[in-house]
Design a protein around this ligand. Sequence first.
Ligand SMILES: [Zn+2]
Ligand SMILES: [Zn+2]
Length: 338
Amino acid sequence: MIPGTMRAMVLERPGEPLRPSTRPLPAPGPGQALIRVAACAVCRTDLHVVDGELPDPALPLIPGHEIVGHVVAHGDGGGRHPIGSRVGVPWLGRTCGHCSFCRSGAENLCPSARFTGYTLDGGYAEYTVADELFCFALPSAYDDVHAAPLLCAGLIGHRAYRMALDHPFGGAIESVGLYGFGAAAHLIAQLAVAEGRRVLAFTRAGDVAAQQHARDLGASWSGDADRQAPQPLDAALIFAPVGALLPRALAALRPGGKVICAGIHMSDIPAFPYRLLWQERSIRSVANLTRADGDDFLDQAGRVPLRVDTTSYPLIRANEALDDLRQGRLQGAAVLLP
Ligand SMILES: [Zn+2]
Ligand SMILES: [Zn+2]
């Protein structure tokens, strides 16, 4: 029995707490599925949306873009994912399919793209609708709670990681610095270690719990981000939304090394001397994901068993989960359960 209404946590105005609401059940449009949400992980991007740091939320908005659920109905032309099947709904909700970006494998940059939990309603709810073409099948080794963080922390973290490896030194990348050791870094650290690389984890000053967490997951070194790196890095990934980390990461890179900024928002980057960039060091940002990224990462996550550390909250306590993330009180990922 599919009910006529659902409970959801709704952002009415940025800067205010989410409000528990009862909403009519969304109707799946052409090519869409209606999905009963089993779990929705909380991403740092959700914080940026809720805190008003991103410009275009479709208010009133149901946040959440790391959704695991089961298909319960289809719109016209639907059925790619059968009734009852488990799907993951990621940040990239829809693209135009015909612009130069979409046609060249860069649908993540499509100017008409819509994003789950930002410009489309997301998964902080009992049900959601999603375009079936943008939903993923999920590896069966992960239950719903542990699959949810794969959908952004894992997936976009993986895009950033792959970008760092695409490098003048190619396979010779031995040391990878991770700045900010939260949901994304704890997954990417495991992939890097499984590939035989050395992981160095840089956390906010004095965060001994995150530093221990990093070492538990195979990091060979962890410490405060304001300390000097113990060795030159071949690549650095910045997951924390802190612009001041960028010159620090550059200063830790060996010649030809690359800094990848993996977040959607960052505080201003302080001025730095050109010598930090000199010798072919480079800086790139990662935006969104492509479906090919998702297929690639989820295939890898099916083969390399990742330990996904989560803290679960009932949906009604979404504000508490966001606050714990904001204050750095979590190890791994927060997951909401409707
Ligand atoms: Zn496009
Ligand atoms: Zn995200």
